[in-house]
Design a protein around this ligand. Structure first.
Ligand code: GRG
Length: 286
């Protein structure tokens, strides 16, 4: 965590020292939204998958930073009045409350764009071959874009139903929440050219913890099933809470975490950070 924090701070400092002073408020807004109570789950997954594949953390920090940039942009945009309309995020006023909607939208845009700039540093910082970096960039654009995060969010905000089915809810969550989590463990695999068995185990792990994380989020959020933002207020939103009792959700969460840890069962000590993250998701209180 201190490694991730200091890499993010250094990156912000580099933007600050290289842009015109007239853009200081953009960098301040990027810094502001990256800060606060963020758990850094996705960059931690990048480093943990790196450990699993024997990649030193220092070499993949730009990828860890890139997934946190994309996650943070998605939070900023999700909080906007046109989407979830949330006034607070990471324990403080949301970006659009603090900086206004236009700057918040552009701050999200900047983080999304700069995420790909960070990925391109993997050659110079990590010594990864350009073709491996391109493989990793391909994964990031796939899972952050139409086939992943953005696609899932579009379905989340445009699907209106009083009775979501379980497949509908899972489809949205696998894309909106799960895709970037899965991508975080696949990027190190693409960078290192890992063998198929390792890629398969990371994929099974990433898919399971991605969905487990959403269920844990719904369990912690007593308002998970209600859409407050748009009129009419209190519309149902796609959530496990509408379809399962808390104990059924807990059972599914446990099964997914077990699947995740089982997928790493032959891997010994190198898999410990990934196992610890899966257990954190099982037991999280925040
Ligand atoms: C705007 C394209 C776009 C996507 C938005 C992030 C998102 C998609 C929606 C947020 C709604 C939400 C609460 C989803 C549940 C899962 C989730 C992404 C929770 C927030 O992630 P954490 O808990 O946040 O990892 P921190 O702040 O700890 O990084």
């Amino acid at each position: 965590m201190p490694l991730i924090q200091s890499y993010l701070e250094d990156s912000i400092q580099r933007y600050r020292s290289t842009v015109s002073m007239r853009l200081g408020h953009l960098i301040e807004a990027m810094d502001y939204s990256l800060g606060g109570t963020g758990k850094r789950l996705r960059p931690l997954l990048v480093l943990a998958a790196g450990e699993y594949l024997d990649i030193p953390a220092q070499k993949i920090m730009p990828a860890a930073c890139a997934v946190e940039f994309i996650h943070t942009y998605s939070l900023i945009h999700d909080d906007l009045p046109a989407m979830d309309d949330d006034d607070t995020r990471r324990g403080k006023p949301s970006s659009h409350i603090k900086f206004g909607e236009a700057v918040a939208i552009l701050t999200g845009d900047a983080l999304l764009t700069e995420a790909f700039g960070q990925m391109l540093k993997l050659n110079a910082v990590g010594g990864f071959k350009p073709e491996r970096v391109l493989d990793a960039v391909e994964s990031l654009s796939y899972y952050a874009g139409v086939h992943g995060l953005v696609g899932g969010q579009v379905l989340d905000v445009t699907t209106e139903s009083d009775s979501y089915s379980l497949p509908e809810v899972e489809y949205i969550h696998i894309h909106k929440t799960g895709a970037l989590i899965l991508c975080s463990v696949l990027i190190p695999a693409r960078l290192s050219g890992a063998d198929q068995a390792k890629v398969d185990s990371l994929r099974r792990y990433g898919e399971a913890v991605g969905l487990a994380f959403q269920i844990s989020d719904d369990l912690l959020d007593s308002d998970a099933s209600i859409r407050y933002s748009r009129e009419p207020r209190s519309k149902p939103k796609p959530s496990y809470t509408r379809l399962m009792s808390p104990s059924e959700m807990r059972g599914k969460l446990n099964a997914l975490v077990d699947t995740a840890t089982r997928s790493l069962s032959d891997e010994g000590k190198r898999a410990e950070p990934l196992r610890a993250i899966a257990e954190f998701i099982r037991n999280r209180k925040h």
